[in-house]
Design a protein around this ligand. Structure first.
Ligand code: FDA
Length: 299
């Protein structure tokens, strides 16, 4: 459904869908995202903002997205927020012009660096994995304040972590949100969870061995977080050796609990009008969300 063009156009026009999506984002404009960011900060939770959208088809759209993010970085700073941004490369033109996309990332990283902030790059479906990593390598060589998302469901990720370690990377590990074939990705929850634990352990072991790496666990799976925390403790690392990143609207109680317990927690706040494909991925992660959405049909 995430890639269905007809639905992509129709669904966002329906009132019940617009009401349902508000469970996962504070609003469509950046001001509501910034307001939500301030509320999180009161609870000791930092934030990362993303303007939803992907696979743009005209380069001018990418220019507009980049200009938007440049302005947002200024606003984050002006509001005194511990906030970063996370971008999708296909929203910055990766399908159309790789060099221009790289230039956008560099401009964003430049501006973010002047405020001591990081620019994260999301990971999209497998046709983009190699291109995204290659562009990250290019950006990271010149901009230390860039980070990359890697997906634990992909077989290749263990090797990608080793490949990126010399760059002193910032890595956000997630389970992965796209439908991928068995040749490329683990298919069962058990396998994905096991690989997530293994990859997190590898990153922590690298940190313990003195490698410079910023580790973010992008998951709501508190059992996994607990397991990884125990590994960190066993090798002598504090729980601040990594940070936990979760999505707005998901396990908010756990986000606050972890922050209270001294974990570094960052909430990813999505906003914008182009929420359709992103929202479909949130529904797919948890079928109960479909019921929640349908309930919005009731008066
Ligand atoms: P899992 O799916 O096992 O969920 C664990 C528990 O969390 C569930 O039992 C449930 O309680 C809760 N939960 C999880 N998803 C939920 C939902 N949609 N609604 C309600 N409850 C839910 N993916 C990607 O491919 N590229 C990317 O760049 C990113 N970026 C990213 C950033 C951050 C900060 C996060 C947290 C996640 C991503 N993802 C992502 C999404 C990620 O790949 C994955 O699909 C989701 O995080 C869901 O997996 P969990 O790790 O939460 O575990």
């Amino acid at each position: 459904m995430a890639s269905n063009r007809w639905l992509r156009y129709q669904l966002p026009r329906l009132g019940f869908a617009r009401r349902a999506v508000l469970r996962f984002m504070p609003g469509e404009d950046s001001e509501s995202a910034l307001r939500a960011g301030k509320d999180f900060q009161k609870d000791g939770i930092s934030v990362v903002f993303t303007r939803l959208g992907e696979n743009i088809t005209r380069l001018e759209e990418a220019d507009e997205v980049a200009a938007h993010y440049l302005g947002l970085i200024e606003r984050i700073h002006a509001e005194g927020l511990d906030g970063e941004i996370s971008v999708k490369l296909t929203q910055l033109g990766l399908d159309l012009d790789v060099d221009r996309t790289a230039a956008h990332i560099e401009r964003l990283a430049d501006r973010a660096a002047s405020f001591g902030k990081t620019v994260w790059i999301d990971m999209e479906g497998s046709p983009y994995t190699e291109k995204t990593i290659a562009l990250y390598e290019r950006a990271k060589a010149r901009h230390p304040n860039t980070g990359l998302c890697l997906q634990a469901y992909l077989h290749r990720t263990a090797a990608d972590i080793q490949r990126l370690l010399p760059l002193e990377p910032a890595l956000r590990l997630v389970k992965g949100a796209y439908a991928e074939p068995a040749a490329l990705a683990y298919q069962t929850r058990r396998e994905v969870d096991a690989n997530f634990a293994l990859l997190s352990t590898a990153m922590l072991d690298a940190a313990c061995a003195g490698r410079r790496i910023r580790i973010a666990l992008g998951t709501h799976d508190v059992n996994l977080i607990d397991q990884i925390t125990r590994h960190a403790a066993a090798i002598g690392l504090p729980k601040t050796a990594f940070e936990v990143q979760m999505l707005y609207g998901i396990r908010a109680d756990e986000q606050r609990r972890l922050a209270r317990q001294g974990f570094v927690v960052r909430d990813l706040i999505g906003y914008g009008t182009a929420w359709y494909a992103w929202y479909m991925r949130r529904l797919a992660e948890r079928p109960a969300n479909v019921l929640f959405a349908l309930r919005q049909l009731l008066p």
